[in-house]
Unconditional design. Structure first.
Length: 133
């Protein structure tokens, strides 16, 4: 039988700023956006946490962009309002998908930018989250 199959999945950049919770807001581009390309998910963010009520930025990952159970992904150092690193990192996790890790209140910095890259579960999205970015 002759047929076709998906060779490589590419979602393109998707603006998911509408998924922000706990009084987190996006500041400049990229705001909060996500892309799934093949077996990798990339998250980019420019966020303001000054009024945030929790370290949880987005509670649930969009379908097809989930972190597999037993896995985590950490962004590394976050750059703060002054352009200097602050003692926080964004973390993608199966529970509370996107959150800030910090032992102090530095996560409440007014301007945080970071990127996070991880391998998602095998299920592809059935629809795209957010809007084209």
């Amino acid at each position: 039988a002759v047929g076709w199959g998906l060779v490589r999945y590419e979602s393109g950049w998707r603006d998911i700023s509408s998924l922000l919770s706990n009084s987190w807001v996006h500041t400049n581009d990229p705001g909060l956006r996500v892309m799934r390309s093949g077996g990798l998910v990339r998250v980019e963010m420019q966020l303001n946490g000054a009024s945030a009520t929790s370290q949880v930025v987005v509670a649930a990952a969009p379908t097809g962009f989930e972190v597999p159970a037993g896995s985590v992904a950490q962004s590394g150092v976050v750059s703060g309002a002054t352009g200097n690193p602050i003692a926080a990192a964004f973390w993608a996790h199966p529970d509370n998908w996107l959150r800030v890790l910090s032992a102090s209140t530095t996560w409440k910095d007014s301007n945080q930018s970071s990127q996070c890259l991880y391998m998602p579960g095998p299920a592809l999205p059935t629809s795209l989250p957010g809007t084209a970015a």
